[in-house]
Design a binder for this molecule. Structure first.
Ligand SMILES: *Cc1c(COP(=O)(O)O)cnc(C)c1O
Length: 386
């Protein structure tokens, strides 16, 4: 429900101050956790903007305004998870509408589109968005949304946001960018022409692996109106504690992202030299197929690295078991380093045939490089690879 009124500032200043006012009743500098479901009215219908916490809660308002400011949006809406945020966009569509989705999207996004919303008659096509001509050819009169994720998960493909946004604009199709991997510190899709930005705040925005959440940010009052209606009507809202934790996370986003980027670059360079590694995919490396595009639309290359270990599956399992600092876990974007095996773990819900087409092979591992001391991270990688 929150609208960000501006006030300006650069991203680090916004991260700390946007949407944050000292509590008027006590002066508390931090937004309190408004752990309340309802609000007392002076007379029937006479209230201070808050009636019921599914509709609006002051802690959630503060987070929504903060995230809107970071993305350069006017409006922010928060949800109980990133998947709930993606679902809210789909709840704005109707049976018969068509959505074009970048092939390499987050596994949970693929699953909710393919297994839940397709049952309601929304049609989805998944295709390679690195070829804008193919995207244009796949558009239909009933196409309502272009859904992209860049860099993507786990192949870290970089998609041309300005070009795809221009394509959408020309045809009146909404362009949605899942900006979870880059965060607004590294990439601002609305500035590049997108209509909506979607986040899993569970990842870098929260940043501490202690809360699950999602958000949608936009400049468009009409999209905001439709999405705010869905947020309240469907009710997949985050509780005030979760909003508080996410807000505590965003205050250090700019600091963490700097370190994620520099650590990941150093680890990627080391992996590139390692004889056991057949291939390293990191948008900051000159060897990345869209390195030039990444440099043009991003201010840094993020903390995610994907690489291919030159070994059969059994040996890859052994190597994964030898990491000590990188924990073997799903998820990403926290201060601590994680490692995972997409084919067995995060992308098991993607059919094998699609996985192989995307390049999610048995030797593929994904690293979420944390903000520890980089020498220790590199030592861990070298020990595990042997
Ligand atoms: C995790 C993730 C999601 C889903 O978010 P949840 O908070 O887990 O529901 C969506 N997109 C991307 C890129 C993600 O990494």
């Amino acid at each position: 429900m929150a609208e960000y009124g501006g006030g300006g500032g650069r991203i680090g200043t916004l991260a700390i101050h946007a949407g944050q006012e000292p509590d008027p009743s006590t002066g508390a500098i931090m937004t309190p956790v408004f752990q309340t479901s309802t609000y007392v009215q002076a007379k029937p219908g006479e209230h201070r903007g808050f009636e019921y916490s599914r509709t609006r809660n002051p802690t959630r308002d503060a987070l929504e305004a903060n995230l809107a400011a970071l993305e350069g949006a006017r409006f922010g809406l928060c949800f109980g998870s990133g998947c709930a945020a993606a679902s809210a966009v789909m709840h704005c569509l109707s049976a018969g509408d068509h959505v074009l989705v970048a092939a390499d999207v987050y596994g949970g996004t693929f699953r909710v589109f393919d297994k839940v919303f397709s049952r309601g008659g929304i049609r989805f096509d998944f295709l390679d968005f690195t070829d804008p001509a193919a995207v244009e050819a796949a558009l239909r009169p009933e196409t309502k949304v272009l859904w992209l994720e860049t860099p993507s998960n786990p192949m870290l493909m970089v998609l041309d946001i300005p070009r795809l946004a221009a394509l959408g604009r020309k045809r009146g199709i909404a362009v949605v960018v899942d900006n979870t991997f880059a965060t607004p510190c590294l990439q601002r899709p609305l500035d590049l022409g997108a209509d909506l930005v979607v986040h899993s705040t569970t990842k870098y925005l929260g940043g501490h692996s202690d809360v699950v959440g999602g958000a949608i940010l936009t400049r468009d009052p009409e999209w905001h109106r439709r999405l705010a209606f869905v947020q309240n009507a469907v009710g997949a809202v985050p509780g005030p504690w979760d909003c508080f934790l996410a807000l505590r996370g965003t205050k250090t986003l700019h600091l963490r992202m700097e370190r994620h980027c520099s650590n990941a670059m150093a680890v990627a360079r080391r992996l590139e030299e390692h004889p056991r590694i057949a291939k390293v995919i990191y948008p900051g490396l000159e060897s990345h197929p869209q390195h030039a595009l990444a440099k043009a639309q991003m201010r840094g290359f993020g903390g995610m690295i994907t690489c291919v270990v030159d070994a059969p599956l059994e040996e890859v399992r052994t190597i994964l078991g030898r990491f000590r600092l990188f924990s073997l876990a799903e998820s990403l974007g926290g201060v601590e380093s994680l490692i995972e095996h997409p084919a067995i773990m995060t992308h098991a819900s993607v059919p094998r045939e699609n996985r192989e087409k995307l390049g999610i092979l048995d030797g593929l591992i994904r690293l979420s490089v944390g903000v520890e001391d980089v020498e220790d991270l590199i030592a861990d990688v070298e020990r595990a690879l042997g």
